[in-house]
Design a protein around this ligand. Structure first.
Ligand code: GDP
Length: 443
């Protein structure tokens, strides 16, 4: 979800270049674009306003590390503000009572039944003894669907007795207690639309069983009506959290944010696909990254702010510009990349470099280490003028680095090619190119 938002913010990040602090002018232009992008992604106006004022406050005058761009820093600030809005820290379910009752409510089609199964599976994985029950008194098919699902995830389905949903719920909880279950996941009836009868029923069920968690299952694709739905359920049963389903669907999904902002109901889990294991504990930080689609920028900013040797990077960039970048600089830069988590992780973080995961998986950092070893076996003069090496020196370097002469020759040739290309470029583009070229060494 949020694909177009991601693209727009990527453009914003790339547009602002080169200054040591985030200036008022930078901010105005960027905030205007961010605002548009967020609104277009269906994020409600009050949420957008809140985010923009947060970002303005935090960003104005913020320092921009030399190897970053103001746009990237602003994106990171937006990311953090977003994560805070989404609840800041992850929260686990309160399952201290035995049995704990987790009440699921939501509209029909939101993914309630599927979610009940997913949640059961997840809790089993945490060593809980879990049972499922449905109290949809009017739709036996809904109860059957859950029963089938219970079989699939291999947990007992408890059929509650009684004429009303509340009575069925009560009897199921009793049974769960007798059977020694830690958790009973209770699926309630859904309707096409929110109506008074549905709300009354859910309120009654919640009251009858004293559910420790009352979770609203909300379809991330619902758009702006999600807010209304959430508010109505929240006022009926005081939701303790929300589960967003279908976050994998490729739609604008800003309404989810609106829910978190307006009702204060935190998102606890997200459904990420139709399969039973497509379910995750919600992590505001990660979600913010996913919404913005700028995980790469944010990760890069974090790592650089965490203290990569800036002076060295700047020196390398200067030398790059002057065409003085030699093998020694190259090896140093490679060393920095290693410190930052290796090639694949760096490449993933470079804005504008979208490599498929399987390509990233294939990147192997070992050749980089070999390449470094070769460079460090040369004299400083040889690093600058590799052509000085004769056959016997090459053999020594190869031996000293545990490589071979053909491998050394190959590396020297690749570096010479890269140097020629880099001379044609300047500044930031050169740095990015450097990363691309290093990808060749790595891949
Ligand atoms: P209920 O009426 O609320 O119980 O909804 P269901 O559990 O029957 O789900 C409705 C549809 O949504 C089914 O086709 C599910 O497979 C699908 N669904 C549920 N959760 C997700 C999700 O996280 N991602 C996707 N893509 N589909 C989901």
């Amino acid at each position: 979800m949020f694909n177009s938002l991601s693209e727009k913010l990527g453009n914003i990040a790339n547009k602002l270049r080169g200054s040591a602090r985030v200036s008022e002018a930078d901010l105005d232009a960027t905030l205007r674009e961010m605002r548009m992008a967020l609104l277009e992604a269906d994020v409600a106006l009050p949420v957008v306003r809140h985010l923009m004022s947060e970002v303005r406050e935090r960003a104005l005058g913020a320092e921009v590390a030399k190897s970053l761009q103001p746009g990237q820093v602003i994106i990171k600030i937006l990311n953090d503000a977003l994560a805070d809005l989404l609840g800041g820290q992850r929260r686990d379910l309160n399952l201290s009572k035995i049995p704990s009752v987790i009440l699921l409510c939501g509209l029909q089609g939101a993914g309630k039944t599927t979610t009940a199964g997913k949640l059961a599976r997840l809790l089993i994985g945490q060593g809980k003894k879990v049972a499922l029950t449905s109290v949809d008194a009017t739709r036996p098919a809904a109860r059957e669907q859950l029963q089938v699902l219970a079989g699939q995830v291999d947990v007992p389905y408890i059929a509650g007795d009684g004429a009303s949903a509340a009575a069925m719920a009560k009897s199921a909880v009793k049974q769960a207690g007798r059977d020694g279950h830690h958790v009973l996941i209770l699926d309630t009836a859904g309707r096409q639309v929110v109506d008074d009868e549905l709300m009354a029923e859910i309120r009654e069920v919640a009251g009858a069983v004293g559910a420790t968690e009352r979770l609203l299952v909300l379809d991330a694709m619902t758009g702006q009506t999600a807010l209304q739905i959430a508010e109505q359920f929240h006022s009926a049963v005081n939701m303790s959290g929300c589960i967003l389903t279908k976050t994998d669907a490729d739609v604008r999904g800003g309404a989810a944010l609106s829910v978190a902002h307006s009702t204060g109901v935190p998102v606890r889990y997200v459904g990420t696909g139709e399969k039973i294991d497509a379910f995750e504990l919600f992590d505001p930080q990660r979600m913010a990254g996913r919404i913005l689609g700028q995980g790469d920028v944010v990760g890069l900013v974090e790592k650089i702010q965490a203290g990569v040797d800036e002076e060295q990077a700047q020196k390398a960039a200067d030398r790059l510009k002057k065409g003085q970048f030699d093998l020694g600089d190259f090896a140093e830069q490679l060393g920095q990349m290693q410190n930052m988590g290796g090639m694949a992780s760096m490449l993933k973080m470079m804005p504008g470099m979208k490599l498929p995961q399987d390509a990233l998986d294939q990147i192997d950092d070992k050749p980089i280490k070999r390449m470094q070893a070769m460079v460090y076996s040369m004299t400083p003069k040889e690093r600058k003028y590799p052509k000085l090496m004769n056959g016997s020196r090459k053999r020594r370097v190869a031996m000293g680095s545990g490589t071979s002469v053909p491998e050394l020759n190959r590396m020297l040739k690749q570096f010479a090619q890269m140097q020629r290309m880099m001379k044609k470029m300047k500044g930031g583009k050169g740095r990015r190119m450097l990363a691309q070229m290093m990808g060749k060494f790595g891949g």
